[in-house]
Ligand binder design. Structure first.
Ligand SMILES: Cc1cc2nc3c(=O)[nH]c(=O)nc-3n(C[C@H](O)[C@H](O)[C@H](O)COP(=O)(O)OP(=O)(O)OC[C@H]3O[C@@H](n4cnc5c(N)ncnc54)[C@H](O)[C@@H]3O)c2cc1C
Length: 335
């Protein structure tokens, strides 16, 4: 990265759906926009979230359909999974969308800076690249859209083999035979469903009395029925106490002295805001004890022109906000 000091109408920190949608809207309004991204434009959603999750769910659905094809009189022989092809296709989909998105951002003349953005005084953003070079940007407005990372549980050290978060699930090279999913929220249930369809024996361990907390009871009931039909063991109201790793697997301790032998554990206990990389100390931007930036109902941070974007603040995520604006897909319209 070439050191530079540049002025922009808007500097967006974070290139996920919150950040790139804001950048595209700004550019569409004729503003001179910079976007800082420390990893890949597209963020969690494109690289480690919605897109790969839906891609793998689609594979699972195809596998399930083929497996039950003979019931419809369609003779195909026993279905067999080639997991390396599954994962290669998942990556192909991501790469294709990433190419389209970077092309779109470029075509709208948004200046993309690769590196970690930290906020300084007077709406400056310092970008530190992987090689340690820095660039200084000044925005009339700064949008903080750093997103979130998977939470973990003490005692469950993520190693990408036996203990995984959603990030590592998308990097698996083999499908584990027996899986414990800790956390029965939306993401945990997606993984449970997908892995059971692909052939894993899945147990969901949820501390609350029901899976999918906050979701309508009717929807929960349908999900539970579907899970039962796929032999997914759902254990609610159980607290995970710890685990005893061994070569190639672990034993998860939970509930009242119960134990479960598995090949992999997926820790899916929510996400925490990534505000700690933004260098907010001393900037006057208020962060609560959970790392969320304090914003009012209209999102802009009260102190001035910085605004929170995406997931870090206590405001509905981008999807619900866009839906309220009436976009049919709940997607940002990038024009
Ligand atoms: C497995 C999974 C499945 C999901 N499925 C769905 C779904 O079906 N539907 C749905 O609506 N949502 C889904 N989500 C949630 C969705 O991914 C998030 O709501 C969305 O990505 C949030 O967008 P964002 O821009 O706020 O943050 P992110 O997508 O996390 O993007 C933030 C970006 O900021 C960058 N960044 C962070 N700090 C800095 C810094 N200091 N400097 C520069 N860059 C920085 C990060 O590298 C990242 O690229 C899913 C999430 C997961 C994990």
């Amino acid at each position: 990265m070439v050191p530079t000091a540049e002025n922009f109408d808007v500097v967006v920190v974070g290139g996920g759906p919150g950040g790139y949608a804001a950048a595209l809207y700004g550019a569409a309004a004729g503003l001179n926009v910079a976007m800082v991204e420390k990893d890949k434009v597209g963020g969690t959603c494109l690289h480690r979230g919605c897109i790969p999750a839906k891609e793998l769910l689609e594979t699972a659905s195809v596998f399930r359909s083929v497996g039950s094809a003979d019931r419809y009189g369609v003779k195909v022989g026993p279905a067999e999974l080639d997991f390396s092809t599954t994962m290669a296709r998942k990556q192909q989909v991501i790469d294709q969308l990433h190419k389209g998105l970077t092309g779109l951002v470029k075509s709208r003349k948004i200046s993309v800076f690769a590196g970690t953005g930290t906020l300084g005084p007077e709406r400056t953003v310092t970008v530190t690249g992987a090689d340690g070079d820095t660039a200084e940007l000044v925005g009339r407005h700064v949008i903080l859209a750093a997103g979130s990372v998977a939470r973990t549980i003490p005692g469950f050290d993520v190693d990408g083999k036996v203990v995984l978060t959603s990030d590592e699930v998308f990097e698996l090279t083999e499908l584990p035979s027996r899986v414990a999913v800790i956390g029965g929220g939306a993401i945990g249930c997606e993984f449970a469903s997908m892995m059971a369809d692909l052939g894993s024996q899945v147990t969901v361990l949820e501390a609350l009395p029901q899976i999918l907390p906050g979701v309508d009871k009717d929807v929960v009931a349908v999900t539970l029925r579907a899970f039962k039909g796929r032999n997914i063991d759902v254990r609610t109201g159980v607290k995970v106490e710890g685990h005893d790793p061994r070569e190639g697997g672990t034993t998860v301790r939970f509930g009242d002295g119960e134990a479960l032998d598995v090949d992999a554990v997926i820790v899916s206990v929510g996400r925490r805001p990534w505000s700690d990389t933004l260098g907010l100390d001393g900037t006057g931007v208020k962060v609560d004890d959970r790392g969320f930036i304090a914003v009012d109902e209209w999102v802009p941070h009260r102190r001035g022109r910085r605004v929170g974007g995406g997931r870090r603040h206590r405001h509905p995520g981008p999807g619900p906000r866009r839906l309220r604006r009436g976009h049919p897909r709940g997607e940002a319209d990038p024009r």
